[in-house]
Design a protein around this ligand. Structure first.
Ligand code: NI
Length: 173
C-alpha cells in the first residue's frame, strides 16, 4: 500500500470461547491476523446494506425455519405471503422433523417491501430463523426478460396455494 491510511487502534474484549472460534474461523479463511479479518467483517456489515437502496428492485430468497405447532403461525405466514404475492415468485416447504418446517421463498421486487415482509415473518412467535438474501437486478436485463418473446414453460414456477399443514380437505396428517 503506497499511502498509509490513518489507523485508529482500540481494544475489544471478547469472551475466550468466542475469540477461539473466531481465530479458527479466520485461519480457515486464510487471514494472517485478527485485524484484517475484523476490518473485512466490518466492511461487509457496513457496505452491503447501503449498496442496495430500498427503492431498488432485487431478487433473492427468504429462508425461514418455524414450528408449525405454534397456533395460527402457518396461517399467519401464509397470509403474509398472500399480501406480498406480487413480490413472491415461488416457494418450497420442507418438513424438517416432527415440529420444524423449512420454507424457502423466492422473491423479486422492491427491496423496501421485501425487507418489510422479512421483518414481519421474523417477529412471529415460533419463527426460529428468518433470513432475507438478495442481489441487485439489472433494470435493462429485467426489461429485456419481460419484453422478449420466450417459449419456455413457466408453469413450474407458479406459487402453490397448497398449505401442507392447513389444507382444508386433508383428513390425515
Ligand atoms: Ni412442514
Amino acid at each position: 500500500m503506497a499511502d498509509k491510511e490513518d489507523l485508529t487502534r482500540f481494544g475489544v474484549a471478547f469472551p475466550t470461547p468466542l475469540i477461539e472460534q473466531f481465530d479458527s474461523y479466520i485461519e480457515e479463511q486464510g487471514y494472517k491476523n485478527r485485524s484484517e479479518a475484523f476490518r473485512d467483517l466490518v466492511r461487509k456489515t457496513l457496505l452491503e446494506p447501503s449498496a442496495l437502496h430500498s427503492e431498488q428492485d432485487v431478487a433473492g430468497t427468504i429462508v425461514m425455519v418455524y414450528d408449525h405447532h405454534i397456533s395460527d403461525l402457518p396461517i399467519r405466514l401464509m397470509e403474509l405471503q398472500h399480501e406480498a404475492h406480487h413480490d413472491i415468485i415461488s416457494n418450497m416447504h420442507v418438513h424438517l422433523n416432527h415440529d420444524q418446517c423449512l420454507e424457502v421463498i423466492a422473491v423479486r421486487g422492491n427491496l423496501g417491501r421485501l425487507r418489510h415482509l422479512h421483518q414481519q415473518i421474523q417477529v412471529q412467535k415460533g419463527v426460529l430463523y428468518a433470513e432475507l438474501s438478495v442481489t441487485y437486478v439489472d433494470e435493462l436485463n429485467k426489461m429485456a426478460s419481460h419484453h422478449s418473446p420466450h417459449n419456455h414453460d413457466h408453469s413450474q414456477n407458479q406459487q402453490s396455494h397448497y398449505n401442507p399443514h392447513h389444507s382444508p380437505d386433508s383428513s390425515t396428517d
